[in-house]
Design a protein. Structure first.
Lengths: 520, 515
């Protein structure tokens, strides 16, 4: 009893704590991990302010890049380790003074970035996402003793499951305990494991991601969570608290306007937090001289990545696409520079089994909405939606029955994928083998890039040899529209230089047009 | 202690609201409503004009979509017109006059209102709720809201929508949404957790019909889905107030109305939807059920439920692998290449074996081959699930803001009423025999022929909410049992809401009130 009471006393509502103690008292950091509940109060120099923020930003940007490249957690951890040591080290043991400095930097830099990234909904969401990723990385890294000590200070009220209930539910709990072992162990062993493990019972709403994947047993709204899954609960708690705090920060932001030292730094920081993904702008994709019109789409489809080629083929075959297929494809077409009128013509002529009336009622509005022609203010001002990146296609809206969208490398089985590739003229064994390996390792974008390199191998060689395209232009493709653009440029390498050797970027004046058109 | 012992059994079985048969009761309730409206009108000035409009519904209103017909006249003459003269057809095939009669006399406005409002007195649960009306010219009016169901009824009779959809409850009145600048002041806060199952998602496993067509054989897919989802929601998530509704053509909707379920955010709705998804991917994904072993309790239980259906409804009725081309898919789902080859040979030699024979062949051939029996068993379980496990339209469940067609709306294509399905008589539900508007009008007519014709005249004169002295119109039709189901459901929900509310008030230290 005494032991528990002591701990209770230790945890005070942070708001009360903030005001109960001296305002400028140095914060203590008993644990390596931090839930960032209490804002820092000590003075730091402007240089520190900027430098710490930049260091943390570097880490966060790199983490985000890892998720865009679809790296597995283990790979991400390996990739991040040297970077973390360089920019944002955080050791669990060592010289006390040293530790304090590290933890202070971690603490302060987090709060500085909060200021920089609380202004818009989009920034807030991304910041929460990457901060959670960083926290997860550290949480997994933490020795289990320190980890449980830290978790205890959080004072999350978890009800533990007693022996009787464990025994009663053992046969069900077994199904989640074997999660990491692939079910290879014998039954009796597993029951024993159930009894040894510590289980807690929480309202299911606190562990939505465990529910979504059926990783816990659920009974009358209570989830039975094994101790090693507490990570999920801690993380969702972390995310929820951070979201709430950012919301509050954003409301306090206007008061900062008067400060002419910090505001420029903060603005500068948030501007640098862009990713190759979300900032894909339509104008950059269209290539001059290319005829982009409804009737030319068939012709251009040779440059489409598999996801779009499959949609195109399905559309030709069925004269129909389901909702998300239309969305994904329309956005792609918008991205390659097809204007709204032509896009409507394209869809109308593709949906050739329905009446004008039905088309107008069911589909016209959606296409216009995507282009920002109709809809709410923000939609129209923003020019509609931006084309989907690989990341988005891979992770959101997995295709269901009857759907043709998604990424074939991810959502097809190997057999069908091979058939699709072969239908597109990729039949070399080595390439298919490579694609299969990439797929098994869940590196779908690698598979896609592999196919791209195979299809364009001659052109790529030429481009590299002659130095026509810079290495940056040949970086890994992470966007379907980038695939299209690069494919188009490469396939037309041979034609343009003969006429206008050095003016590739601004070719396409009247004279070039004839050459640029392709005959399939 | 396990929760199951503390929780009482779902109430909708043993609690039945007394049907309003005595006129006195009816009158009293109506009076109550009017008082409410008056009160509101007095407190909120801008609404006075509305109130007047409601009193004189035939006066030209300045709404966006003025009605072309004079509603009052039409209301009164509709029934007679229908009997004598040829009817006007609305665009989608159901005569406008019929629809008018339906909304006037069959649509259970009061009960429906109580279901959405969670108490008899109109409050924000109803007034801040978004409704969207699909007009006969295919325009959709979104963000409609109403202070009482009577006002909504009037609007519906004026506009004659072909479809009414129900959206979320917002923080403020949806009609005023443009006057709120930021998204925190006007945002959705509550909606029933919904599920949508549609037979078109089963097109690759059903052989009897396709697209929008259905028959009793393929309706069994829906029956199975309802059983699995309903059991899961009750036993795993602990929800009790689940209303299943026929969608009018080829599917079913679930409305989970428990307060806790209504308040879920999108993240949690997505989690529930994910919990119930087991069949993943499209045609090209190959094997579409790949489950971890040992099976999660929810899946193990579902498999038990579905096994019987698989034997009869799939193997016997659907017979999905009769010709060998179809059977190729079955083969592709089996684990061992030797087994596949042996089966292929056997079936090529003796074509036209039925699906159940082929299903048995798998075990027979496997015995001769000395295979990993466990892998085979698991593959067979996966196959059973691929052919029977519910396929959800997950977007409907995932989004708080997603609109869903209201129960008791008439499907414009089939003319059938979207009636609630009694889950205790799930197996008896026949989607092809659901009441239609035309059918119900005939039923009322023939019912009255046994009675007094004068009474009929009188009723029409009253206009507005028409109640026969003792028997409401729907009780004279085949709608009656469905209405009973709905009444029982709403009664159970209201009782629960009242209990929770009382507990909250008492907990607040207000002291108990004596009635």
């Amino acid at each position: 009893m005494n032991r528990i009471d002591a701990k209770r006393r230790n945890v005070v509502d942070h708001r009360k704590r903030q005001f109960a103690e001296a305002t400028y008292k140095e914060t203590q950091y008993p644990h390596r991990l931090n839930f960032y509940a209490i804002p820092p109060t000590a003075d730091i120099t402007l240089e520190q302010f900027e430098q710490w923020a930049i260091d943390r930003l570097r880490i966060l940007a790199e983490l985000e890049a890892c998720s865009f490249r679809n790296k597995t957690p283990a790979e991400t951890a390996a990739h991040m380790k040297p970077l973390l040591e360089k920019y944002l080290p955080l050791d669990s043991s060592g010289n006390e003074k040293f530790l304090f400095a590290q933890r202070q930097k971690d603490h302060y830099s987090h709060f500085i970035l909060r200021l920089a990234f609380s202004s818009t909904e989009d920034l807030r969401r991304r910041f929460t996402r990457v901060e959670t990723m960083l926290f997860r990385l550290r949480f997994q890294d933490e020795p289990s003793r320190d980890r449980s000590a830290f978790v205890k200070t959080l004072n999350l009220d978890w009800e533990t499951v007693d022996e009787d209930e464990k025994k009663e539910l053992a046969s069900e709990l077994v199904t989640t305990v074997g999660f990491n072992f692939g079910g290879s162990r014998k039954g009796s062993n597993q029951v024993q494991q159930v009894m040894e493990e510590e289980w807690c019972k929480v309202d299911w709403e606190r562990v939505p991601d465990l529910i979504e994947n059926r990783r816990v047993v659920l009974r009358k709204g209570k989830a039975y969570v094994p101790a090693r899954e507490q990570q999920s609960m801690v993380l969702s708690e972390f995310t929820a608290k951070l979201e709430k705090a950012l919301e509050i920060t954003s409301r306090a932001l206007p008061r900062l306007d008067e400060d002419d030292r910090l505001t420029p730094i903060l603005n500068h920081l948030s501007k640098n937090f862009i990713t190759p993904d979300s900032s894909y702008n339509g104008s950059g994709t269209s290539v001059e001289g290319m005829e982009i019109s409804a009737r030319n789409i068939d012709n251009l489809s040779q440059h489409f990545p598999m996801c779009m080629a499959h949609l195109h083929r399905t559309l030709k075959r069925d004269a129909k696409l389901m909702h998300f297929g239309r969305l994904q494809y329309t956005l792609f077409l918008k991205g390659i520079g097809l204007n709204l009128e032509e896009c409507l013509v394209f869809w109308r002529s593709s949906f050739n089994k329905i009446t004008d009336d039905e088309f107008n009622k069911k589909y016209r509005y959606n296409v216009r909405h995507v282009y920002g022609d109709v809809g709410g203010d923000s939609n129209r001002r923003g020019g509609g939606y931006s084309p989907y990146s690989c990341q988005k296609i891979l992770t959101e809206h997995a295709p269901g029955p009857g759907d043709a969208h998604g990424c074939p490398y991810r959502h097809f089985n190997m057999e069908n994928l091979a058939a699709l590739l072969q239908a597109s003229g990729v039949s070399e064994k080595g390439v298919l083998q490579g694609v299969q390996e990439d797929k098994e390792k869940q590196k779908f974008h690698m598979a896609c890039n592999r196919v791209f390199e195979h299809i364009h191998k001659n052109e790529l060689k030429k481009a590299r040899d002659e130095g026509i395209m810079t290495p940056v232009q040949l970086d890994t493709i992470v966007h379907p529209n980038e695939y299209f653009k690069r494919s188009y440029l490469l396939k037309n390498l041979g034609k343009q230089p003969q006429q206008q050797p050095q003016q590739q970027q601004n070719s396409g004046g009247g004279g070039g047009d004839g050459d640029v058109k392709m005959d399939g | 202690m396990p929760d199951s012992q503390e929780n009482p059994t779902p109430m909708d079985e043993d609690f039945v609201l007394v049907p309003p048969t005595a006129k006195g009761v009816k009158k009293e309730q109506e009076d109550e409503d009017i008082d409410m409206a008056d009160l509101d009108a007095a407190t909120a000035k801008p609404d006075v004009k509305r109130e007047l409009e409601d009193l004189f519904p035939d006066e030209d209103s300045d709404e966006e979509f003025p009605s072309t017909a004079n509603p009052v006249k039409q209301e009164q003459s509709a029934l007679q017109a229908l009997r004598s003269s040829p009817v006007h057809h609305s665009q989608r095939g159901i005569p406008n006059d019929l629809m008018r009669i339906f909304y006037q006399r069959f649509f259970p406005w009061r009960l429906w209102f109580q279901w959405l409002n969670h108490s008899p007195i109109p409050d924000n649960d109803f007034q801040h709720r978004e409704f969207s009306l699909w007009l006969p010219n295919q325009a959709v009016m979104r963000y409609q809201s109403y202070r009482t169901h009577d006002m909504m009824r009037q609007d519906v009779l004026r506009l004659m929508p072909t479809r009414i959809e129900i959206g979320p409850i917002y923080t403020a009145n949806p009609r005023d949404r443009k006057s709120y600048r930021n998204s925190t002041a006007f945002r959705p806060i509550e909606k029933e957790l919904c599920f949508d199952i549609d037979l078109t998602d089963y097109d690759d496993v059903r052989t009897c019909c396709d697209k929008a067509n259905i028959c009793l054989k393929c309706w069994q897919f829906i029956t199975m889905a309802v059983k699995v989802i309903d059991t899961g929601l009750r036993e795993d998530f602990g929800y009790e107030h689940i209303l299943w509704v026929y969608s009018g053509r080829r599917g079913a909707h679930a409305w989970v109305c428990d307060r806790k379920a209504r308040q879920l955010d999108d993240r949690k709705r997505k989690a529930i939807a994910g919990y119930f998804v087991a069949v993943k991917g499209g045609k090209e994904s190959g094997k579409r059920v790949n489950l971890r072993r040992p099976l999660h309790p929810h899946l193990a239980r579902s498999l038990d439920i579905l096994k019987e259906h698989f034997q009869y409804d799939i193997l016997e009725q659907q017979d999905p692998w009769r010709d060998n081309e179809q059977a190729a898919h079955l083969l592709s789902l089996l684990p061992d290449i030797k087994l596949r080859e042996a089966l292929r040979k056997k079936w090529d030699d003796s074509p036209d074996r039925s699906s159940s024979e082929k299903w048995k062949d798998i075990d027979k051939v496997a015995k001769t081959l000395d295979l990993d029996t466990r892998a085979l068993l698991e593959a067979k379980q996966d196959i059973v699930l691929e052919y029977t496990y519910p396929r959800l339209d997950v977007v409907v469940s995932q989004q708080l803001t997603h609109l869903l067609k209201s129960p008791f709306v008439v499907h414009p294509g089939t003319g059938r009423v979207c009636v609630p399905i009694n889950r205790n008589k799930l197996e008896e539900f026949d989607p092809l025999n659901v009441p239609t508007v035309a059918g119900m009008v005939r039923e009322v007519d023939s019912w009255q022929k046994g009675g007094d014709d004068q009474e009929d005249e009188e009723m029409i004169k009253e206009g507005g909410v028409v109640y026969d002295e003792f028997v409401p119109d729907w009780d004279k039709t085949s709608l009656k049992p469905y209405m009973e189901t709905f009444r029982t459901f709403v009664g159970g929900l209201l009782k629960e809401e009242k209990r929770v509310k009382r507990e909250r008030e008492e907990g607040g230290g207000g002291g108990s009130l004596d009635f």
